[in-house]
Design a binder for this molecule. Structure first.
Ligand code: ATP
Ligand code: MG
Length: 160
């Protein structure tokens, strides 16, 4: 379905902000115009739910979670990133977290709950949307998860 991703993203993110009593701050860097993409809203909601709840789960109290949405014109893609100031992920594990049932630190993660499926499912769904997903991280500083979505042809108003 054809969707303005910016409005859609705001709605999904808002639910987390309203239900948040863990003293986590949210920062938004979103374009102020519409960005039209073709998505399955239910599946994309699942992807965002997982990435945002991971960011919250691994954030310290008082941490900031930053949402950054940016159109990359040359690539005709929208980049969506969710950054946290949490524990981080060791460099050599950054690809593994997208494998089924993989969890970085079983002892630590056990307390936090989860099965290790969220990111594996997210990657499948982003693949199905023609996008890519990856993670960058610095241990002890935080993690950034980024995914891309192809842009639908925007109306070309001001073209000669
Ligand atoms: P589930 O999503 O199935 O409830 P989960 O959150 O443990 O369980 P994934 O979302 O697939 O599973 O994440 C896999 C692992 O990657 C996590 O267990 C955690 O070790 C690591 N991870 C994911 N996101 C972050 C993050 N923002 N900061 C630190 N570690 C993370
Ligand atoms: Mg998860």
């Amino acid at each position: 379905e054809k969707v303005n991703f910016i409005g859609f993203f705001r709605t999904v993110a808002e639910r987390f902000e309203i239900n948040q009593d863990d003293h986590i701050h949210f920062e938004h860097h979103l374009p102020d115009k519409e960005v039209i993409v073709w998505i399955d809203k239910d599946k994309m909601t699942q992807v965002l739910d997982n990435i945002i709840s991971n960011a919250i789960k691994y954030s310290p109290e008082g941490g900031t979670i930053t949402f950054h949405l940016e159109v990359k014109k040359q690539q005709q893609k929208l980049h969506i990133s969710i950054s946290d100031e949490g524990v981080g992920i060791p460099k050599e594990k950054l690809e593994k977290i997208f494998e089924r049932f993989y969890r970085v630190d079983r002892a630590r993660s056990r307390n936090l709950g989860g099965t290790g499926l969220g990111l594996a499912i997210s990657r499948e769904m982003i693949d199905a949307h023609g996008g890519e997903i990856w993670a960058d991280s610095k241990e002890g500083e935080g993690t950034k998860v980024t995914f891309t979505l192809p842009l639908l042809k925007q109306p070309q108003g001001d073209e000669e």
